[in-house]
Design a protein. Structure first.
Length: 254
């Protein structure tokens, strides 16, 4: 009887150990793809909406969008203990080019629980160097040296309705802020998104609510800020401030 008891006990222990081994993800990595989607307060926005869909911003301005592209860099996964996984480099999202709406970095990420994800909108000062990136140069992404040099962080162009019901252009271009002649202020910002658990290869959706550029925390008046914004220090800082609520974490498909 004792032999039978010890035999059953050994089987239970052995089975439990095998189960633990099967669930152990230590040292395992996942391929990660980032996908960028866009909306206007929840209404899906794609290149099909360029120029033919009118939106009303928080100020009551009626507008349409004809171009939207922006640069992100230095994506990080952060753990509660302070450890990070850093995806160096940058990615230019151009809503008119569907091939840019997702990308897969060469670095894999360990399977783990991540308390947050962050990225830089634009480029940090050390990386924002005029002419340094041939691919950005080739798509006219440069920011004028007289305004601080380096590269654009965003170009959003379109038209807004003026008093006689006709439309006038707006150019919502974001980059380094010119304080005065020869004096510039870095204008990138860090985006903080929610955390998630990585259990396998994953497609991580990053959502942009375009309407937020015009309302939070600053209500944007297109009758005041419409064109020639690149050299307008106040406009550049308002863009930076409003960018904090633009992005959110969408689905994490695994």
């Amino acid at each position: 009887m004792k032999k039978i008891f010890f035999l059953l006990f050994a089987i239970i222990i052995f089975t439990g150990c095998n189960s633990d081994d099967d669930n152990d993800t230590t040292g395992q990595n996942a391929n990660v793809t980032f996908s960028f989607t866009h909306n206007w307060d929840g209404a899906n926005f794609t290149n099909a909406n360029f120029g033919n869909t009118n939106y009303t911003n928080a100020n009551g301005d009626v507008l349409n969008i004809e171009r939207l592209r922006y640069l992100i860099s230095n994506i990080k996964f952060k753990k509660a203990n302070g450890e990070t996984v850093v995806f160096d480099g940058y990615h230019l999202v151009d809503v008119s080019q569907t091939g840019t709406l997702s990308f897969s970095p060469s670095l894999n990420a360990p399977l783990d629980n991540y308390s947050s994800m962050t990225f830089i909108f634009g480029l940090v000062e050390a990386n924002n160097i005029s002419g340094a990136y041939p691919d950005l140069n080739s798509v006219s992404w440069n920011w004028p040296d007289m305004l601080g040099g380096g590269y654009h962080f965003m170009q959003m162009d379109g038209n807004y309705q003026i008093e006689n019901s006709s439309f006038a252009p707006f150019n919502f271009h974001h980059g380094t802020a010119r304080v005065s002649e020869g004096i510039f202020e870095q204008n990138f910002f860090e985006v903080n998104l929610a955390g998630f658990t990585l259990t396998s290869d994953a497609d991580i959706e990053i959502k942009m609510n375009i309407a937020e550029w015009f309302k939070n925390p600053n209500t944007w008046d297109l009758n005041v800020y419409n064109t020639d914004l690149m050299m307008n220090y106040t406009a550049q800082k308002l863009m930076q401030q409003n960018g904090g609520s633009v992005f959110s974490l969408g689905t994490v498909s695994q």
